[in-house]
Design a protein around this ligand. Structure first.
Ligand code: SF4
Length: 449
């Protein structure tokens, strides 16, 4: 980079990346839990993809049974701490809370869940679940991200020998590498990995299937296989200058920040982020909190078309991120390293038509934004190269096709869940998929239907 932002002190970094939803004290948790109406039809529970028994876990907090509360939560969701801290609760459980209908603040379900699960880890993970006796069957899991961990934990409790194969050197997938550190910490994710290992699951890191172990070897070792791989890299911007130094992928950038080794992370003095989804917001706010003087989000459509959640957009605005809407990148300018992003203003081709309209550049509207770093956050491609190595699979829009009841793919030995089947939804969806797939695998292996 031509111009990196000056380094901050360790204290400043820690302050900038401090938890945006600090933990409840015991009094706060009990007071909040006592607000819950314990609704008989629990709309909050229905809105959670893992269907945690929310009113029951809240009631247990209210009565001082925090360990029991953690058990209720974990029985439905093995990555409950990640979900408590990183779920978009406003549009899931808390969004469904009946208090919203009364014009009052919904119950802080995410923070209560965090209170119970923090307690569980802080108290050394007391034994709450006992794995069934070994059933002599073995399952291989590809990927130690949220869906793989959830599937592995559930299978281990059902009596299976489970081995997770993880390409990276640290397990946890997106929970470890892809969530902004002011939402959750690297350590939170590793605690959840330890919980899954405590059920007897083996995790082999640095193991890329197809490279360190062939597909044939994997199939020979296991009775069934769960695919929990994430997505690949951002697609190309298809504009000149993309290869210049200082152009980075958003997930690579976020992964460089999550271990909190501040002195090893460089950020540009002036940064442009291309895209306006939740990942783009994370990357932009992280760049700003690392000390970038100016961070600009460039998005070819309008404010109302952003895929980022409203609360993420608010966070970015509060962090002083600038937004250029109806603006498309046209060329990256630089001599070896990035110096500027040339953009063009965009407009609707047919402004009076309904639905999502195609865009066209506004003639002679080109302008340049001087930048030292460009972060690409325009979504991710499917991991097709890898998935195609497995024979007999079917795909829909690049995603692995599964039976949504059993999570079984068109290749009968394989089951799948998480980003590779949904193109990149929430971590909680991956947790639900993994658990459902475990039962699909159990049904398949013991021919229960
Ligand atoms: Fe409690 Fe709200 Fe759920 Fe009702 S909807 S059980 S008040 S959290």
């Amino acid at each position: 980079m031509n111009n990196t932002a000056p380094k901050l002190t360790n204290e400043q970094y820690e302050k900038n990346f401090a938890d945006i939803h600090p933990a409840f004290t015991q009094n706060q948790a009990v007071t909040e839990a006592n607000r819950c109406l314990y609704c008989f039809d629990s709309p909050c529970m229905k809105a959670c993809p893992t269907h945690i028994d929310i009113s029951t876990f809240i009631k247990k907090i209210a009565t001082g049974n925090v360990k029991g509360s953690a058990k209720t939560i974990l029985a439905s969701n093995w990555i409950a701490l990640t979900c408590a801290k990183a779920c978009p609760v406003d549009v899931l459980c808390e969004g469904a809370c009946v208090y919203n209908d009364r014009g009052e603040e919904p119950i802080k379900i995410g923070r209560l869940q965090r209170y119970a699960i923090d307690w569980y880890f802080e108290h050394g993970m007391p034994a709450l679940f006992t794995p069934a006796p070994k059933n002599g069957k073995s399952v291989g899991v590809i990927g130690a991200g949220p869906s793989g961990l959830a599937c592995a934990a559930e299978l281990a409790l059902l009596g299976y020998d489970v081995t997770i194969y993880e390409g990276k050197d640290v397990a946890g997938g997106l929970d470890t590498w892809g969530i902004a550190p002011y939402k959750m910490t690297y350590k939170d994710s590793l605690n959840e990995v330890k919980l899954v290992q405590s059920f007897g699951v083996t995790i082999k890191t640095g193991m890329w299937i197809g490279k360190n172990l062939t597909i044939a070897e994997l199939e020979k070792k296991h009775d069934a296989i769960f695919i929990g791989v994430g997505l690949g890299k951002s697609p190309s911007l298809k504009i000149p200058g993309e290869d210049l130094k200082g152009v980075v992928d958003a997930l690579d950038f976020i992964a460089s920040v999550t271990p909190r080794k501040w002195s090893t992370v460089d950020v540009g003095h002036r940064v442009a982020v291309i895209g306006a989804g939740n990942t783009a917001i994370d990357a932009a706010t992280e760049a700003k909190r690392l000390g970038a003087e100016q961070v600009t989000i460039v998005y070819r459509r309008g404010e109302n078309d952003m895929s980022a959640y409203d609360f993420e957009y608010e966070l970015a605005k509060n962090d002083g991120i600038l937004f250029h809407f109806h603006t498309a990148p046209q060329r990256i300018i630089g001599n070896g390293t990035v110096e500027a992003l040339e953009c063009v203003k965009m407009r609707l081709r047919n402004p009076v038509a309904k639905g999502k309209q195609s865009l066209e550049p506004v003639p002679k509207s080109e302008f340049q934004i001087p930048v030292d770093m460009i972060i690409k956050a325009i979504g991710q491609d499917a991991n097709e190269n890898f998935l195609e190595q497995i024979g007999g699979m079917e795909f829909v829009d690049g995603n692995v096709a599964v039976n949504t009841e059993t999570m079984r793919t068109a290749n009968p030995k394989y089951f799948a869940g998480g980003d590779c089947i949904n193109g990149g939804k929430e971590v909680v969806n991956a947790a639900a998929d993994g658990k459902k797939a475990a039962h699909g695998i159990d049904t398949f292996i013991f021919n229960k239907r």
